[in-house]
Structure formats: C-alpha cells, structure tokens
Design a protein around this ligand. Structure first.
Ligand code: AMP
Ligand code: MG
Length: 317
C-alpha cells in the first residue's frame, strides 16, 4: 500500500523539484506547497494565491531535526512542545537563521514552522520538502477542506493530491515562542491550556485588531475566510427566517427546520470540519447571508470553539 502511494506521489514530487506549486492534504486544510529553498517557486505561491507580499508563509517540515535548518535558537520549552504536538496542528515561530529566504518571512526576523500529521503530507515533505504551504485558496476565500475547493479557486487542471475531506477543517494554532509570555496569533486545535501544561510557559491570545499583532504576524490584519454571502452572528434570542439564508446552529433547542438550517448539536469538531465548505455552499446556492449562532463564554473555553470564534469573527469582518 505504502509503495503504491509513493509511486502515485512521484509525479507531484517531480513537479515540486522542478519549482512548481502543488496542492496537498494536511490534517488541517489543503496546503499550496512549493520548495522552501527555491525563491522562484515560493514566488509562484504568492502569485497563484494573489497573496500580499507582506504576509509570511509557514515552512512545513517532516522531522524535528529540520528545525535547525531554519530556526536560530530553540529553547528547551519549545522542544517540549515539538515533542508533544508534532506532527500535528501547531505552528511554532522562532528567530530565523539568516539563510531563510526573505520572501518566505516577509522580511521579519522570525520564521514559522510546522510538521503536519497527514500521512500523504509526510511522504511528500520527506521526499520533496521542506515546503512552504499556505492554505490552497485564492487570498480572501475560505480555506480548502476538499480537493474541489482548490479546483474552484485555481481551475480544474490544477495539480492537487486528492485525499477527501480534511480532518480538522481549520488552520493550525500559530504560537510565537520567541518571547515570554508566548503569544497565540491564531487559535486552532491545540489549546492554550495544553501549551501551558507542556511548556510550563504562560500564553497570551494576541488581540487581532492591535497594531503590534499586525506587525508581528501580518496575516492577522487581513480579512480572511469570507464567502460572498454576508456572515453574521446570530444573537441568542434572534428569530430564524430561512428564506435565502443559511443558518449554522450548535446549541439552540427551539428552532424551525429546513435544509438551510444546519444544527451541529454541540459537535464543534464537526462544525469546524464543515465550516468553510458551508461558506462555499452558501455562495453556490445564492444565499445572501450566513447566520452563525453565537457562542457563550462557557463554550469558548474549548479550543476548537475559540478557533471557530476567531475564523467566524474574521468572516464577519
Ligand atoms: P496561512 O498559511 O494562510 O494559513 O497563514 C499563515 C499564518 O501564519 C498567517 O497568519 C501569517 O501571518 C502567520 N505567520 C507566518 N509566518 C510568520 C512569522 N514568521 N511570524 C508571525 N506569523 C507568521
Ligand atoms: Mg490561509
């Protein structure tokens, strides 16, 4: 089985080695990969996505030793995080080595690194990596969680390694370990609590709207993840009128039913897995709005709910 898969990967590996971009699955969302040591290949990532040049890229690696090729200093506490959460949905930001391409880091003195868990991504990166890999969507669109989303944005002939729907559905937690307290620029499946427990360091959730956050992690200042339909929070007691609108609920008891009303019944992981697909569906169905039931403070204690809150806030704008 493993051998067959490797043979299938050969053509994509060749494309990457020749300086092309290839979309591939990770456990979070589909990534748009390119050789992290080839500046022309990295440039193609920005061009393909229409990504602003000041938004740095995450470098994807396939073992912890590769960190040393990019990161200048690696503290003992950061090593504990690598051991506990890699491979997995945690991106770590380190001070960078001078040889890391400036186009990747957008001129910052730091570099973001992640070792993804999906077996296909691991094979691909081990054989063609390290790879820069932002989400494989046009800039501003929701991240792709299915191969068809990549093709919607980049065309039917675009090279995508197809592996069905991604498991988590929201992007990795982005954690800056260059200063104490550690800063979370983007909440994801790995929670602040787990990070604090493993590393012994305090964490702070960066305020997305602050100038300081935008300077340290420029991606936070861009509106992301939005469909054409207007995304809005649905307040606790607001009524539901399903004509031309999509409703994403998770906790309400009394509500009308209909195919435009999706109820996750407290299954936040499924809500996370489906969110971006629902956003895209809303556009295909010509919906004018997507209403998402607001989360309570209690619900926001769960890391996946924090991640949902962050992505939906960005889509609301
Ligand atoms: P994406 O790959 O599109 O999911 O986005 C990557 C995110 O990581 C963006 O929000 C970037 O701003 C952030 N990022 C990448 N590199 C760095 C870095 N060196 N320092 C801080 N944030 C980074
Ligand atoms: Mg993205």
């Amino acid at each position: 089985m493993k051998k067959k898969r490797s043979v299938l990967l050969d053509q994509y590996i060749q494309l990457l080695k020749n300086g092309n971009v290839v979309a591939f699955p990770t456990e979070t969302v589909y990534g748009l990969g390119a050789d992290a040591w080839n500046p022309d290949a990295v440039k193609k990532v920005f061009e393909t996505k229409g990504r602003p040049a000041d938004n740095p890229l995450i470098v994807h690696i396939s073992n912890t030793n590769e960190v040393e090729d990019f990161a200048d200093t690696i503290s003992e506490d950061a090593r504990k995080l690598m051991e506990a959460f890699w491979p997995g949905p945690l991106t770590l930001i380190f001070r960078k080595k001078p040889e890391v391409l400036d186009i990747i880091t957008a001129g910052l003195d730091t570099v973001a690194l992640r070792w993804p868990k999906h077996p296909l991504s691991q094979d691909l990166i081990a054989r063609a990596g390290p790879l820069v890999a932002p989400s494989a969507n046009s800039s501003g669109k929701p991240s792709p969680t299915k191969p068809k989303h990549v093709k919607e944005d980049f065309g039917d002939d675009f090279p995508v390694i197809e592996a069905g729907t991604t498991d988590i559905g929201l992007e990795s937690t982005v954690l800056d370990v260059t200063e104490i307290p550690y800063r979370i620029y983007r909440p994801g499946a790995v929670s602040a609590k787990e990070i604090e427990k493993v590393s012994g360091q305090k964490t702070k959730l960066a305020t997305p709207s602050s100038k300081d956050t935008a300077a340290r992690s420029p991606g936070t200042k861009y509106s992301h993840y939005s469909p054409e339909a207007k995304v809005q929070w649905l307040p606790k007691d607001a009524s539901i009128d399903p004509s031309k609108e999509l409703y994403l609920l998770h906790s309400r008891s009394a509500h009308p039913t209909g195919e435009n009303i999706i109820h996750y019944k407290g299954d936040y992981s499924r809500m996370a897995r489906e969110l971006y697909d629902r956003f895209r569906q809303a556009d295909h169905l010509g919906m004018t709005s997507v209403f998402v039931e607001s989360f309570s403070d209690e619900q926001r204690k769960e890391s996946i709910v924090q991640a949902l809150q962050n992505r939906i806030d960005k889509a609301v704008g």
